[in-house]
Every structure is written in C-alpha cells, then in structure tokens.
Design a protein around this ligand. Structure first.
Ligand SMILES: *[C@@H]1O[C@H](CO)[C@@H](O)[C@H](O)[C@H]1NC(C)=O
Length: 226
C-alpha cells in the first residue's frame, strides 16, 4: 500500500517536472528585472533575475522602442538579429516570452543555430525565406519550407534551424520565443569558434575531416568577427 503510494507520488513528480521544462509560470503579476544589482537589498529573488520593488515599477519597464529599425546586415552571413528579451525589456522577467526582429541582406542567412530554452514562431513580413530545422538523433529528419510575406513557421525548442533569404531583395522576419531569454547557440561558432579552441583532433574525428580543414575552419570562426 505504502509502496504504491510512493511510486504514484514519484510518477506525479516526474510528470510535473517534465511539464515545466520551459520557463516556469509567474507567481505574481510581474517581476520586473532589476538591472542594478547594487539595489538588490530591496529586491525579491524568484528565479532568473531579482524583481524590482513593485512600487517603483513604471510603464517604461514594460516598454521597448526601435524595432522599426533594421539591424545592420553588412557582415559575413548577411543577417542581423535584434532581440527583445529580458535583458532589453526587464518587464519580461518570469513571463516566458520574448521577441526578435531578423533582417536579411539579399541572399543573407541566419546560420544553423538552436535556442536551448524556447520554441520559435516566425512570421515573414518582407521578402522570401528558405527555412528549416532538423530533428534529434533518432532520425535527424530535415523539415524545410519556402516562406513568403505573411507565412508563419515554427522551430521546436532546442532543434537546429536556419533561415536563408532566397530573394534578390532584403527580407525581414519577426519571431516570438517561448522564453524570456531563449538563448542562442550558433553551431559553427560554438564548434569551430570556441574560446579556447577545441583540440583539432576532436573535431577531425567528429566531422571526419582532414586536420588542415579543421584548422582552417577554426581560423575562420575563431575571432567571432563574422
Ligand atoms: C546588428 O545591427 C546593429 C544595429 O545596426 C549593430 O550595432 C550590430 O553590430 C549588428 N550586428 C552584427 C552581427 O552585424
């Protein structure tokens, strides 16, 4: 009897821990992130960031301006992500949501990357994008789609995905993310541009490449100035 009870409780605990794999739900109306931690004596620590004293919270804490401005795409990949997350909009703290604007030069790309903490829903507001994501190692299945203005696509949490502008003109997309700060791991930068560099022998074996090619890639990505 008692054993069955413990097993039931354990199963429930497991189910609930799986259900809260994304940002936890807030326990109060808001918890505006404190930017200045020297002011943290009057703060409450919840999860992630300190909350600003609610009496001191202003409309500005829930506000961000400038998403009408294009990011500068004059870089190696020809894209630029402007992120509106808890770091730039402190009122997002604990709310499990954020936003990004992605600008693409003609034929520019947002290279393969993952957001470890959030699912992304993207809408094309200008141009044409070829997008895709790859499922985990059980199949490594690739899903792709060509998106035009007004088209929407979802990139499930954690999966490697990309967006390529296949048009002759610039493109713009807006993304919603199911996290206050979904995180970004750009695959090429993380693997070939880590600091300090991963031992080339590790990457030579992993990618089945010539060591010279690995060292070339490490030179290319090492300085992060793409
Ligand atoms: C993105 O655009 C902003 C605003 O123009 C610029 O400050 C930033 O350096 C750009 N980032 C990249 C990676 O090009």
């Amino acid at each position: 009897m008692r054993k069955a009870y413990i097993v039931t409780v354990a199963l429930f605990a497991l189910a609930f821990s799986l259900a809260s794999a994304s940002d936890p739900a807030p326990l109060q109306d808001f918890c505006v992130a404190l930017k200045d931690y020297s002011d943290s004596k009057s703060a409450v620590f919840v999860n992630g960031k300190f909350c600003k004293d609610p009496k001191l919270v202003k409309a500005e804490d829930f506000f961000f301006e400038g998403l009408n401005n294009a990011g500068n795409t004059d870089n190696k990949v020809g894209s630029n992500v402007t992120t509106v997350n808890v770091d730039t909009l402190p009122g997002l703290n604990t709310l499990g949501i954020s936003l990004a604007r992605i600008d693409f030069a003609p034929y520019g790309e947002n290279p393969p990357h993952t957001h470890p903490l959030g699912t992304e829903i993207l809408v094309v507001v200008e141009g044409t994008l070829f997008v895709g994501f790859v499922t985990s190692n059980t199949e490594n299945r690739l899903f792709t789609k060509t998106l035009n203005k007004g088209d929407v696509f979802v990139f499930p949490v954690g999966l490697i995905h990309f967006q390529l502008n296949v048009g002759k003109t610039k493109a713009i997309a807006i993304s919603g993310l199911s996290s206050q700060n979904a995180g970004v791991i750009t695959i090429a930068d993380a693997v070939f541009g880590s600091n300090p560099p991963i031992n080339p022998d590790v990457l030579t074996k992993a990618f089945q490449l010539d060591k010279n090619v690995v060292e070339e890639l490490q030179k290319e990505f090492g300085d992060h100035n793409y």
